[in-house]
Design a protein around this ligand. Structure first.
Ligand SMILES: NC(=O)c1ccc[n+]([C@@H]2O[C@H](COP(=O)([O-])OP(=O)(O)OC[C@H]3O[C@@H](n4cnc5c(N)ncnc54)[C@H](O)[C@@H]3O)[C@@H](O)[C@H]2O)c1
Ligand SMILES: O=C(O)C(=O)C[C@@H](O)[C@H](O)[C@H](O)COP(=O)(O)O
Ligand SMILES: [Zn+2]
Length: 363
C-alpha cells in the first residue's frame, strides 16, 4: 500500500467544492496543478522545524514561474496566535497578494490550522493547499476545513470553516517526526476507530509497538482509514450542524487540559485523556458496555499515550468545558458512545456523574 497513491474525495454533496486528499510518496509534483494557473503569487507557510522543506518548496514553485515567498512561523501551538496570524497578513500585504493567489500550509496541524485561517481571513478568503507533515495533520487537521487560532481563553476560539483546494499527504515526511509527535497522532487515529471504524483498533492492537513508527506494516492503511472516516463526516456536515460533532469525541476535556497547560501539552495526548474520560462518562451514563470502555485504556496505553491528568485541576477544567463549542447556553454537551462505533450526544449530564468520570482519569 505504501508505494501507491490513494485519492480520497471530500465534499461535493453539501454545497462546498469537492477536493482530493492524496496519500502516498513523492506527491509534491502535484502542488503546481493544485495551485492552478490563475495564481501569480504563492506563500508557503511553514514552521521553524521545516525551514529547509519550506524553502525548497518555495524554490521549486519559483522555478515553476510563481512569485513564491516562504513565511516561517514558530513550531507547534506557538504558531496559533493572533500575533503570528498578523505577521502572515503583513507578509501577504507586502507581497501584493491578491484574491487569485494561493497559500500553501506545510507542517503539522498547528501550521495547517494557522495557514488555513490566514487563507480564510486574507481578502475574506483565498485558496489554500495543505501539505500535512505529521500523522495528526494528515488524518485530521488538514482535512475538513476547520481552521483557526487559540486565545488565552481557549482552544481554537477564533477561526473559520475554509476547506483547502487539496491535501497532499506525503508519507516520507513522517520519517523525521519525533516519536512523541508521531504517537500524538495515533490518538486521533484511535478516535476514528472508536467512533466509526473498529478495524483501526484491531490493526493497532495486532502490534502496538509497530504502530508507533512510520515503518510499521499498517501505517498507510491506518492513515487512509482515518482520513476516510473524517472525509465521510465532513462531506455531509462541513459546518458542524450535527454529525460532525462526533469528531469531537474526547475533545471537551482535551481542550480544557490544553488551555490549562497553556498549550504546552500535545493535542493528541490531551485527546487521549479526554477519550478515557468520555468512555467512563458513557459507561456511567448507562450507555457504554464495560468491555468497550476498558478497551480505550488498553489501546491508548499500548501505544504510550497518557490516561491521566492532575486530579486537583477538576474545578478549573469544568469551568473551561462550560464554554466548549458544543455547549448551548448553560447546557454542557459531550460526545459519548452508545457502543463501539455508535457515537451520540450526552446533554447535561448529572454533575455527580461528571465528577465520577473524572475520577477515572484523576492522577
Ligand atoms: N483543524 C482540525 O480539524 C484539527 C484536527 C485535529 C487537530 N487540530 C490541531 O492540530 C494541532 C496539532 O497538530 P500536530 O499534532 O500535527 O502538531 P504540531 O503542528 O504542533 O506539530 C508537532 C511538532 O512537529 C513539528 N513537525 C511537523 N512536521 C514535522 C516533520 N515531518 N518532521 C519533524 N518535525 C515536524 C512541528 O513544527 C511541531 O514542532 C493542534 O493545534 C490541534 O488543535 C486541528
Ligand atoms: O474536525 C472536527 O470537527 C474535529 O472536531 C476534529 C478535532 O480532532 C480537532 O481537534 C478540531 O480542531 C476540534 O475543533 P473544535 O471545533 O472543537 O475547536
Ligand atoms: Zn483533535
Amino acid at each position: 500500500m505504501t508505494d501507491q497513491v490513494t485519492r480520497i474525495q471530500v465534499g461535493g454533496s453539501a454545497g462546498h467544492d469537492p477536493y482530493d486528499v492524496l496519500v502516498g510518496r513523492q506527491l509534491l509534483g502535484e502542488l503546481g496543478s493544485l495551485i492552478g494557473t490563475r495564481a501569480k503569487r504563492v506563500a508557503v507557510i511553514h514552521p521553524e522545524a521545516l525551514a529547509s522543506t519550506g524553502e525548497a518548496l518555495r524554490d521549486d514553485l519559483a522555478e515553476q514561474g510563481f512569485e513564491a515567498v516562504a513565511i516561517q512561523v514558530p513550531n507547534a501551538e506557538e504558531a496559533k496566535t493572533v500575533e503570528v496570524a498578523a505577521y502572515c497578513w503583513k507578509a501577504l500585504g507586502q507581497s501584493g497578494f491578491t484574491r487569485t493567489d494561493v497559500i500553501v500550509g506545510v507542517g503539522g496541524g498547528a501550521t495547517t490550522d494557522l495557514a488555513g485561517f490566514v487563507a480564510a481571513s486574507w481578502l475574506r478568503g483565498v485558496r489554500w493547499v495543505a501539505v500535512p507533515t505529521t500523522v495528526l495533520a494528515m488524518v485530521d487537521a488538514a482535512v475538513g476545513g476547520k481552521t483557526g487560532i487559540n486565545t488565552a481563553e481557549g482552544k481554537n476560539l477564533v477561526g473559520a470553516f475554509h476547506p483547502p483546494a487539496g491535501v497532499l499527504c506525503d508519507l516520507a515526511a513522517l520519517d523525521s517526526l519525533p516519536v512523541n509527535d508521531y504517537v500524538s497522532g495515533l490518538a486521533e487515529i484511535i478516535k476514528a476507530g472508536f467512533i466509526s471504524d473498529p478495524v483501526i483498533l484491531d490493526l493497532i492492537e495486532s502490534d502496538p509497538q509497530a504502530a508507533r513508527t512510520p515503518a510499521g506494516p499498517h501505517t498507510a492503511e491506518l492513515i487512509v482509514r482515518s482520513i476516510r472516516v473524517k472525509a465521510d463526516v465532513v462531506s455531509s456536515d462541513l459546518k458542524e450542524s450535527g454529525l460532525r460533532e462526533i469528531l469531537n469525541y474526547g475533545h471537551t476535556l482535551a481542550h480544557a487540559i490544553e488551555k490549562n497547560e497553556r498549550y504546552k501539552w500535545r493535542h493528541g495526548a490531551a485527546v487521549s485523556v479526554g477519550m478515557v474520560f468520555a468512555a467512563e462518562l458513557g459507561r456511567l451514563a448507562g450507555r457504554l458496555d464495560d468491555a468497550t470502555a476498558d478497551r480505550h485504556k488498553a489501546v491508548l496505553a499500548s501505544v504510550g499515550l497518557p490516561l491521566t491528568y492532575r486530579g486537583d485541576q477538576w474545578p478549573k477544567l469544568l469551568e473551561t468545558m462550560k464554554v466548549d463549542k458544543k455547549s448551548r447556553g448553560d447546557l454542557l454537551r459531550f460526545i459519548v458512545l452508545d457502543g463501539l462505533a455508535k457515537p451520540t450526544v450526552l446533554e447535561g449530564p448529572d454533575p455527580a456523574v461528571l465528577v465520577a468520570a473524572y475520577g477515572e482519569v484523576a492522577a
